[in-house]
Design a protein around this ligand. Sequence first.
Ligand SMILES: C[S@@+](CC[C@H](N)C(=O)[O-])C[C@H]1O[C@@H](n2cnc3c(N)ncnc32)[C@H](O)[C@@H]1O
Length: 292
Amino acid sequence: MVLSDLKIKMNSLLTTVFDKTEVESFFYLLIDFRLNLNKMDFLLNPNVAISAEDVAFFESAIQKLKSEEPIQYILGETEFYGLQFKVNENTLIPRPETEELVDWIIKDYGHYEEEGRSNLSVLDIGTGSGCIPISLAKNLSGAKVTTVDVSAAAIRVAQQNAFLNEVVINFIQADMLRHTELISVFHSDKFDVIVSNPPYVRNLEKQEINKNVLAYEPHLALFVEDNDALIFYKKITEYALNHLKNEGVLYFEINQYLGLVTVELIKGLGFKTVELRKDMSGNDRMIKAYGF
Ligand SMILES: C[S@@+](CC[C@H](N)C(=O)[O-])C[C@H]1O[C@@H](n2cnc3c(N)ncnc32)[C@H](O)[C@@H]1O
């Protein structure tokens, strides 16, 4: 088989499930991953022969794509904020909306050392692949970054990602819903920044969620009970009130349908200023809270 045959085969097998542009992007991701060839290489030489092992890899990938397994899990990696991250079934696939949250923090703190501040301390709650703490550590030089997750399997992936991206992160396994666990881990430590992208999808929103998310991504990372949808926001805000420095700032990614109630909750618990920001799709998606 040659590369152009593979492209034709992918088109014929996958356009029943995905649109043509998506299938094309899968094709280029797969040949880049497996053969280290980019789009230009393909266009210049579409008749490169593919070895039997490579054909077997592509056929298996096509079957997984047909079953709507996310391409990031098939490749075992993805990109976030310009960095490479390993992912597997125990870690949420990092989303572009979360890059926007990270970017907000980096814009706010990118010059903290030039402003005469030092030893910025950051706590991320809900590690997943480690995309938030690792991209912050990479872009905020000198920052001391700690991250917490209840999932030991997610922490293992994030530790690997910290190593691959050459940053030092303090990893802690703890349940953020149990105050006593977090308090016994951090004692009286105080942070400059606390950030979290906690689980926030209500069960009632399941019908809007694509099959590839529902069937493959960890439900522990995604779902909350309909009748207590803001439980993580409440616990983390209460925790932040005791564990942020006076000038400290709390950042959240939020459920797009719950922007105003989440702002009210955080204000009601004691933060004076709560900014709500939309993501690039125009949905309420991020919060920054300070002053208490
Ligand atoms: C929405 S994911 C976010 C992952 C990553 N920060 C990101 O943005 O891609 C939420 C994370 O919270 C973790 N988590 C869920 N319940 C938790 C709990 N009770 N205590 C600590 N972490 C929890 C999940 O394992 C998951 O990694």
